[in-house]
Design a protein around this ligand. Structure first.
Ligand SMILES: *Cc1c(COP(=O)(O)O)cnc(C)c1O
Length: 338
């Protein structure tokens, strides 16, 4: 019942391309780490603005925007927000105008996601003061647009709404079909965790399929207690949209917050080394802010024997590749490459 509802929501979404994303083996990384069998789900290969996890959420959110007759999409994020950039690209694909409220001062160089946003002709509004109320700023912009006769639609930080999370549950349905074909069974799925919508979706999908896999989140910022509460709420609200009653107690939500290091976006040596190791062993590129940190966490958990050799672990590649380039010097320094 819940599975059918998730599939129905997915079908009613807007096809932005790239689905189902590939599920690939990582035999050389598996061997190098001497741990569980490692697979990678390539959600970096979705088809808007260099790909990334927000595409699953946006499939449903943009359908909602279109149904409501929206002609302008307003969203937000940091200066190198993958989410904001993907919103801008999705909006353009659907002939809507993107307005982005980005937190930070206007940079000297337009690199990474900012470069893409420039090409997408997103209307960027920089908000420099710390702690400003971004949702209120977005609402003010929306109200001004309504007065001018427009129909704005606001997508909050990370597109992590209950509807967006339902979009992510689709990843579990895809994985079920793909692992069946490969004669594999998933024991764990590991993902970076930023605003929680992805993890909430993976949990929803797991509950819907009633499979035994555990969902592990590696935080790139917030602490695990606030994540657990926030994700539990998202799961509950999304279930209500699916017309099922489901609640996951916060204590059952597994988020590790010990790999954040000095904070969001700060690249530690293990992160840089994890990115290089995956590139060297598998020819797959990770990003410095999310997937590199999540992979550093996964490697540490493997080293600490969190898994058994017989386990199968799926690493979710959530994208973020445009942000790799602005980090070029940080990565070189961390790896001490000349
Ligand atoms: C947004 C993002 C995440 C985190 O996803 P949430 O749903 O916000 O937890 C992970 N990786 C990348 C590359 C992202 O852009």
């Amino acid at each position: 019942m819940m599975e059918a509802r998730i599939a129905e929501f997915w079908r009613h979404g807007i096809d932005l391309g790239g689905f189902p994303t590939p599920l690939q083996e990582m035999p050389h990384l598996t061997k190098a780490l001497g741990g569980p069998t490692l697979l990678i789900k390539r959600d970096d290969m979705t088809d808007i603005a260099f790909g990334g996890n927000k595409a699953r959420k946006l499939r449903l959110l943009m359908a909602d925007a279109q149904e409501k007759g929206a002609d302008v999409i307003i969203s937000t994020g940091g200066l190198q927000s993958n989410s904001a950039c993907m919103v801008a690209a999705a909006a353009r694909r659907l002939q809507m105008k993107p307005i982005l409220v980005l937190q930070g001062s206007p940079p000297k160089e337009y690199d990474g996601n900012l470069l893409l946003e420039m090409l997408l002709r997103a209307d960027i509004r920089f908000v420099e003061t710390e702690g400003r109320n971004i949702p209120a700023i977005m609402n003010n912009i929306a109200n001004e647009l309504i007065d001018e006769g427009h129909k704005p639609y606001v997508i909050p930080l990370g597109a992590s709404t209950p509807l967006g999370s339902i979009g992510y549950a689709s990843a579990m349905l895809e994985l079920r079909d793909q692992t069946k074909e490969m004669h594999e069974e998933i024991d764990y799925i590991v993902s970076a965790c930023g605003t929680g919508g992805t993890l909430a979706g993976l949990i929803l999908g797991t509950k819907a399929l009633n499979t035994k896999n555990e969902v592990l989140g590696i935080s790139v910022g917030p602490d695990k207690v606030s994540f657990a509460n926030h994700i539990a709420q998202l799961v509950e609200d999304a279930s209500r949209l699916l017309s099922v009653s489901l609640s996951t107690p916060p204590c059952e939500i597994n988020v590790f917050d010990e790999y954040v290091g000095e904070g969001y976006g700060v690249v530690t040596k293990p992160v840089a080394e994890a990115i290089r190791l995956v590139a060297e062993k598998e020819g797959i590129i990770l990003d410095p802010v999310y997937t590199g940190k999540a992979m550093a966490g996964l490697i540490d958990l493997i080293n600490k024997n969190h898994f058994s050799k017989e386990d199968t672990v799926v690493f979710l590649h959530t994208g973020g590749l445009p942000a790799l380039f602005p980090y070029r010097n940080v990565l070189r320094e961390a790896l001490q490459v000349q």
